[in-house]
Design a protein around this ligand. Structure first.
Ligand code: HEM
Length: 397
């Protein structure tokens, strides 16, 4: 089947779908077989890591074989369910994006849609069951990564629930975008493992450390994928105004951001990179490479897209890009809050707690994406008609 029958659109879009196809084909067998024959048996995923990275990476320090297997023995039924449902969600979700399946076989599309949404909910539910049962210090990659997984699980439940609500209200535009958001989050699982393979080629470190770095940039990358995929539908007419994208919201975000930067500088001055676990790599280098630089690149990219939309007079696209830019402006404030929570409430040592700070970036993008969809489509208009007209839209020229 040619890609044009699979997903119509520009070559870039089709290339994107080839990448997703490769990702699904690569990861589905590894995830499906992970716990299939027991919590301790030899795993295909580890063989692949051994072959493509190194035996030390697959079985040595920070691999999971240095003390993590006991948690899988204790949670085996939950994790078995998690990985089987995860594989189903990954495959069923991918088939849903086929234009051919959707238009020629609508009954199949509806069936796969149900399978996808139920599996995605089971994935998130089983992840929460695991996290509740397993102390956060015992989670792979430690307490900061446990926070990443909590946010991912709540985000997956929220996006799936909103996508279901949208289709029950017959709001196809909102449904399409929310399912894209939900599937983007499901794709975090294969992206994490592809990240292990690729980053480990350039940086001699452990799986646990790479997990932490991916908790930073993977979410924003995947949400950007959902934005780009839904762009040709999502920026449709009638979506020029959003209560999220106002002059007042921009001013608030800027003030909060300034305070956030000050707070982050105070945390930075108090940071000592000592007493960290053996698998952990301290210092500012990894945070700059995997958080600060990707964040700045995304900021520049979104600003360029907003500028292009402004020049061609596309008000709906301009509102969307400006809304996502607001998320990026607010990021330092939310990152400082996440860091404060991680150290002050969750008692994570400051050196490792820094890897909770990028959750502010992830959260801001998730909320603005879901907020923009629900507040600019009929999803919100049916429920709160006054909300859209009551707010002043951002000036566009
Ligand atoms: C999107 C929401 C998801 C969340 C919140 C989530 C959460 C989790 C959690 C909490 C663990 C245990 C971590 C630990 O070892 O301490 C885990 C492990 C695992 N998950 Fe997920 N997961 C998600 C999606 C998926 C999907 C879609 C798949 C499969 C396609 C998957 C496959 C796995 C596998 C195979 C493991 C075993 C550990 C490993 O591969 O190294 N997960 N996940």
């Amino acid at each position: 089947m040619g890609t044009s029958g699979w997903v119509r659109g520009s070559r870039l879009r089709q290339l994107g779908w080839l990448v997703v196809l490769f990702t699904v084909l690569f990861y589905a067998p590894l995830a499906f077989t992970y716990f299939l024959h027991g919590p301790t048996q030899h795993r295909l995923q580890d063989d692949v890591m051994m072959l493509l990275v190194s035996p030390g990476f697959a079985f040595g320090l920070g691999s999971g074989y240095d003390g993590h297997i006991a948690t899988y023995i204790a949670t085996y039924p939950t994790m078995w369910t998690h990985t089987v449902a995860g594989t189903l969600a990954l495959v069923a979700g991918f088939l849903q994006f086929s234009d051919r399946v959707r238009t020629r076989f609508p009954a199949l599309h509806r069936l796969l849609g149900r399978v996808y949404l139920v599996s995605a909910m089971i994935v998130a539910g089983s992840a929460i069951a695991y996290l509740v049962r397993t102390g956060s210090a015992q989670v792979f990659s430690g307490k900061a990564f446990a926070e990443v997984l909590w946010l991912l699980a709540i985000g997956t439940l929220t996006a799936g629930g909103l996508a279901l609500a949208a289709i029950l209200r017959r709001d196809v535009a909102a449904h399409r975008e929310l399912v894209a958001l939900s599937y983007a989050l499901i794709c975090s699982a294969p992206l994490l493992r592809i990240g292990w393979l690729t980053i480990a080629q350039l940086w001699h470190t452990t799986k646990e450390m790479i997990n932490l770095t991916e908790g930073s940039w993977a979410g924003p990358l995947l949400i950007t994928g959902a934005i780009v995929y839904t762009r040709r539908y999502g920026h449709g007419r009638g979506r020029q105004h959003s209560p999220l994208c106002t002059e007042r919201a921009a001013a608030l975000a800027a003030v909060a951001s300034t305070l956030g930067v000050v707070a982050l500088c105070v945390f930075a001055a108090r940071t000592h990179w000592s007493n960290t676990p053996d698998w952990f790599v301290g210092g500012w280098g990894p945070l700059v490479v995997f958080f600060v630089i990707p964040y700045l690149v995304q900021f520049a990219g979104f600003a360029a897209m907003a500028q292009r939309a402004r020049l061609r007079g596309d008000l709906a696209a301009l509102t969307a890009w400006r809304t996502y830019l607001l998320a990026l402006i607010a990021t330092p404030a939310l990152s400082a809050l996440m860091l404060g929570y991680a150290t002050g409430v969750h008692h994570i040592p400051l050196s490792q707690a820094w890897w909770a700070a990028p959750l502010g970036w992830n959260l801001a993008l998730f909320v603005t994406f879901a907020g923009h969809v629900t507040l600019t489509t009929t999803f919100a208009r049916r429920r709160a008609p006054a909300l859209i007209s009551a707010n002043q839209p951002v000036a566009v020229s």
